[in-house]
Design a protein around this ligand. Structure first.
Ligand code: UDP
Length: 319
């Protein structure tokens, strides 16, 4: 007799990370239920999965109760607008999904006796005063600034998940995900990599916010999915940073994308968004030690794959 098939429910299943996770778990033989209200997710991200017998898609706002009859072994909570322009456009929805959505996902996991996985974020560190950021750093967040709708919602989500672990011994895992990029980001997502690639392949100027000296560290989606899968199956309960420590300035990124696309676009300056973090780099010692995980895909390689994906979308097919 074969092993019994296990079920994974992924909120935000039609989003950038959620859709890669649906694909990953289907590939490993799980039944997968993707839940998404499609405000920033796209049905197109999972259309190719709908033909698979073990994939189910539920269009629902996860801030409302999740009613599922069957046994669920893993609840992965990824639903949330995640790019700064998206969460500024949907501030209340972002707070609702971080608060009520997390509560509903935790309640479901508690009812079903599932493992619960929270997609948290490097934004819990705000504009950090220490670099790189270890998990032990408490952060530097403006609790009333425009970004707080995302930062504080995720901080609340972490606190709520930890309460379920302490109070109910719910098997909770928390990943603090740093900047991630790759196939299935929307061209209009608004984050720096989709913006620069779309601009470059359309021959438009690349919009650098501020003087471009602020830093980020970018992780390829395939590496991140591998880290998430390892954390899901681990016995860790404290938050774990997942990201690529390869830190660079926004200006360096713009130049790299110009080189890789062969575009002759100019670089233009735009105002720096309020509370834009000046630097960000994950300290991944915990993930290395306990998950034996380290990102493998170099930025150049990951960007080339992402550029090819963007070109394959209608955007790149202009005359
Ligand atoms: N950024 C930029 N030009 C853009 C989009 C973003 O210079 O067209 C900058 C942004 O100000 C930030 C960095 O790139 O310093 C990363 O921004 P992103 O929105 O990708 O994610 P964040 O790390 O701020 O959440």
């Amino acid at each position: 007799m074969g092993k019994k098939i296990q079920t994974v429910l992924i909120t935000g299943g039609a989003g950038f990370l959620g859709s890669h996770l649906c694909e990953y778990f289907l590939g490993k033989g799980y039944r997968v239920i993707g839940v998404d209200n499609l405000i920033t997710g796209c049905e197109a991200n999972v259309r190719h999965l709908l033909r698979q017998k073990k994939f189910f898609f539920l269009r629902q706002d996860v801030s409302t109760p999740l009613r599922v009859k069957e046994k669920i072994h893993f609840v992965l909570h990824f639903a949330s607008p995640a790019s700064p322009p998206d969460y500024l456009k949907y501030p209340i929805e972002t707070m609702k999904v971080g608060a009520f959505g997390t509560y509903e996902a935790l309640s479901l996991a508690k009812d079903k006796g599932s493992v619960f996985f929270l997609a948290s974020t490097s934004e819990v560190y705000g504009d950090p005063e220490v670099n790189p950021q270890p998990e032990s750093y408490w952060g530097h967040v403006n609790s009333v600034g425009p970004r707080s709708v995302y930062d504080e919602a995720k901080r609340f989500a972490e606190a709520l998940a930890m309460s379920y672990w302490r109070e109910h011994r719910l098997d909770v895992k928390i990943a603090r995900i740093f900047n991630t990029y790759g196939e299935r980001m929307r061209p209009e997502d608004g984050r720096v990599i989709p913006n620069f690639i779309s601009q470059a392949i359309q021959g438009k100027p690349l919009t650098v916010y501020g003087d471009g000296s602020q830093t980020r560290s970018y992780c390829y989606v395939g590496d991140l999915v591998e880290g998430i899968a390892r954390l899901v199956h681990s016995s860790l309960h404290q938050p774990v940073n997942l990201g690529n420590p390869n830190e660079m300035t926004v200006l360096e990124l713009a130049e790299m994308i110009l080189k890789l696309t062969g575009a002759r676009s100019k670089i233009i300056r735009r105002p720096l968004p309020i509370d834009d973090p000046k630097r960000r780099r994950p300290d991944i010692r915990l993930a290395k030690k306990f998950l034996h995980w380290t990102p493998k895909v170099a930025l150049r390689e990951g960007l080339s794959r992402t550029i090819a994906y963007f070109r394959s979308q209608t955007l790149g097919k202009k005359p």
